[in-house]
Design a protein around this ligand. Structure first.
Ligand code: GDP
Length: 302
C-alpha cells in the first residue's frame, strides 16, 4: 500500500503510458517494442537495463508465442522483478542483529535527505523497542548538528556531538565509546556531504570508517549511500563516485514520491550491483520503507 501511494507519480506516468501502448497496438511487433523502450528510458530505468529488458522480453514473447500485447504487460512486470533481483543473492535487509551494537554509517551529498533518513530510521528502530543513538558526524554544514538534534529529540535518541568544525573522526570515536557504555542497540552516524572538495570528502569518510572499524571490530555493519531519486542520472554518477571511493553496502533512495522517474531503482541495482535497501516515500517519520522488488513493481502497475 505504501509503495502504491508513494509511487503515484511514477505509476501514473509509467503504467498509463504502458496501458495506452497496449491499447493502441494489440498485436506485438517491432514498433511496439520501440515505443516500450522509449517509455522505459524516460522513466530513468537506464539505457543498459532497458536494452537488457527488451531483449529478454523479445525472447520470452518468442518462446511463449505471445501475440496479444496485454499478455506482454504481465511479462514486463515478471522481467522487471527478475532483473531487479539479479543473479546474486544480495540481501535487501539491513545487517542489524539483536545482542550487539549495530553501527550504520550514512554517506551522500548535501540535500539528498541523509538527516531525514537517519531520523526516520531511528524512529523505526525505536518502534521496534531498540535503543538508538545518533552521531553528528557532519561537522561541516551549518545547521547539520542542530538538525540531527531536532530528530533526536523527536524520536527519543541521544545525539553525540562536538562543536561545529571539529574532526568528524573524533565525533565517531566519542559516539562509539558512548554507545558501548550505554549498551545501545543501534548507532546511526551522519557524515558530511559537501561536494566542493570531493577528494577531501572521500578522505574524511575513509578516516571516519577506520576509526569505527578500530573501535568496534565488525563495524560499520552497513555503509548506506543516500541518493535523491529526483536527480536521475546525477544520482547514478554520485553512486559511481562514492562506491569507487568507499565500500557501499546498500543504497537509500529518497524522494521517490517526488518523481515520475522511479525506474532509477532498477538502473542502480542493475548497473551498480548495489542493493537498494530503503526507499523514502515522503517527508514524514513513517515515510521510509524497506525495499521489496515485487511490491515495488506491483506499485508501478497497480
Ligand atoms: P541532507 O542534507 O542530506 O541531510 O538532507 P535533509 O535530510 O535535510 O533533506 C533535504 C530535504 O529533503 C528536506 O526538506 C526533507 O524533508 C526532504 N526529504 C527527505 N527525504 C524525503 C522523501 O523521501 N520524500 C520527500 N518528498 N522529501 C524528502
Amino acid at each position: 500500500e505504501r509503495f502504491k501511494e508513494g509511487l503515484t507519480k511514477t505509476r501514473t506516468s509509467f503504467s498509463d503510458r504502458v496501458n495506452d501502448l497496449v491499447f493502441r497496438y494489440r498485436k506485438v511487433d517491432e514498433d511496439f517494442f520501440e515505443e516500450l523502450e522509449e517509455i522505459l528510458i524516460s522513466a530513468d530505468v537506464g539505457v543498459n537495463t532497458v536494452m537488457e529488458l527488451i531483449d529478454e522480453l523479445k525472447d520470452e514473447v518468442r518462446r511463449r508465442n505471445i501475440q496479444d500485447t496485454r499478455e506482454v504487460r504481465s511479462v514486463i512486470s515478471e522481467k522487471l522483478v527478475e532483473i531487479y533481483q539479479g543473479e546474486d543473492e544480495a540481501s535487501p535487509q539491513l545487517n542489524v542483529e539483536d545482542g550487539r551494537l549495530n553501527v550504520i554509517l550514512f554517506v551522500g551529498v548535501n540535500g539528498v535527505g541523509k538527516t531525514t533518513t537517519i531520523g526516520k530510521l531511528a524512529h523505526k528502530f525505536k518502534n521496534e523497542g531498540k535503543s538508538v543513538m545518533l552521531a553528528a558526524g557532519d561537522t561541516f554544514r551549518a545547521g547539520a548538528i542542530e538538525q540531527l538534534e531536532v530528530w533526536g529529540n523527536r524520536v527519543g535518541a541521544d545525539v553525540i556531538k562536538q562543536s561545529a568544525g571539529s574532526d568528524p573522526a573524533a565525533v565517531m570515536f566519542d559516539a562509539i565509546q558512548a554507545a558501548k557504555a550505554r549498551k545501545a542497540d543501534v548507532l546511526l552516524c551522519d557524515t558530511a556531504g559537501r561536494l566542493q572538495n570531493k577528494v577531501n570528502l572521500m578522505k574524511e569518510l575513509e578516516k571516519v570508517k577506520k576509526v569505527i572499524e578500530r573501535e568496534l571490530p565488525g563495524a560499520p555493519h552497513e555503509v548506506l549511500l543516500v541518493l535523491d531519486a529526483t536527480t536521475g542520472q546525477n544520482a547514478m554518477s554520485q553512486a559511481k563516485q562514492f562506491s569507487s571511493a568507499t565500500e557501499v553496502s546498500g543504497i537509500v533512495l529518497t524522494k521517490l514520491d517526488g518523481t515520475a522517474k522511479g525506474g532509477i531503482v532498477l538502473a542502480i541495482r542493475n548497473e551498480l550491483e548495489i542493493p537498494v535497501k530503503l526507499v523514502g516515500l515522503g517527508e514524514k517519520m513513517d515515510d521510509l520503507q524497506e525495499f521489496i522488488a515485487e511490491q515495488y513493481v506491483y506499485g508501478l502497475f497497480a
